[in-house]
Design a protein around this ligand. Structure first.
Ligand SMILES: Nc1ncnc2c1ncn2[C@@H]1O[C@H](COP(=O)(O)OP(=O)(O)OP(=O)(O)O)[C@@H](O)[C@H]1O
Length: 250
């Protein structure tokens, strides 16, 4: 049987009396895009933070590539192959697009970086950074400061930074936010091509993008998974329609 890349078992987190995530079970298989949807405040970002390791869970377990990483740091989880989309605010806006990817690559190399001759190391890393930018179609924008990139180009750069660690799976929290129709189309096509290389746990409000991309959808309401299945099953689910008051799934 194929092993899950990510398995959440009974994951819970409360803020005071509020159960932001409540005994969540979820599985991400290789080659899969698993979308996590739900109304505002349902607990999607909380769950992503628990998976990434930013937020300590009250109960439950996170298994990554068959290992229980529930008590591992963010960096250790990333080291095992867990990538995540960067928020715009984490881009270094005074640096170029290329500079940002180089920073991410150097962070990946960690301590080993200092053992190389700087010139050889830089040339190798520069080539790799350019290849990463080319994958998201930003090679022509490499030398531009982040501040002069469009919103859509910055979102693509965030995905490029996530790819720099060669992740086996990616957490993407609302990657389409603020993109126009063309940007959404471009990113949707890119993510569809990416999933064989890195499976994706996707939080996204754009239902067209979700239904175009997802192999499986889990619906979170008040921290609980109320439905999980293939897109068509979710579209037909009465419980899901009720949770969304029938608005965005029609
Ligand atoms: N640090 C915190 N302290 C207290 N309450 C929090 C904290 N973080 C989140 N919450 C609450 O937990 C609940 C879940 O929030 P979360 O941001 O995970 O939802 P979400 O599904 O991502 O929402 P959205 O779709 O609006 O981004 C909300 O009621 C929110 O107000």
């Amino acid at each position: 049987m194929t092993e899950a890349l990510l398995e959440l078992k009974g994951l819970s987190k409360a803020f005071g009396a509020l159960k932001a995530s409540d005994a969540v079970d979820l599985t991400l298989m290789p080659g899969e895009i698993h979308a996590l949807i739900g109304p505002n405040g349902a607990g999607k970002s909380t769950l992503i933070a628990q998976v990434a390791g930013w937020l300590h869970s009250d109960a439950g377990e996170v298994h990554l590539l068959g290992r229980n990483v529930s008590h591992w740091s963010v960096a250790a989880r990333a080291g095992l192959g867990l990538g995540r989309s960067f928020q715009v605010s984490s881009l270094a806006s005074e640096f170029s697009a290329l500079g940002n990817v180089l920073l991410a690559l150097q962070a990946r190399e960690g301590g080993a970086f200092r053992f190389w001759s700087p010139l050889r190391g830089n040339a190798r890393l520069r080539d790799e950074a350019m290849a990463v930018l080319a994958r998201v179609g930003l090679e022509d924008r490499a030398e531009l400061p982040v501040a002069s990139l469009s919103h859509g180009e910055r979102r693509l750069l965030e995905v490029a930074l996530a790819l720099a660690i060669q992740p086996k799976l990616l957490l993407l929290d609302e990657p389409m936010a603020g993109l126009g129709p063309e940007g959404t189309r471009n990113l949707t096509a890119f993510l569809r091509g990416l999933k064989e290389e890195a499976a994706i746990l996707l939080v996204e409000h754009d239902m067209d993008a979700v239904f175009a991309l997802a192999d499986r959808i889990s619906v979170l309401v008040y921290g609980r998974v109320i439905a999980s299945g293939p897109p068509e099953e979710i579209r037909q689910s009465a419980a899901v329609r009720e949770a969304y008051l029938g608005d965005s799934l029609c």
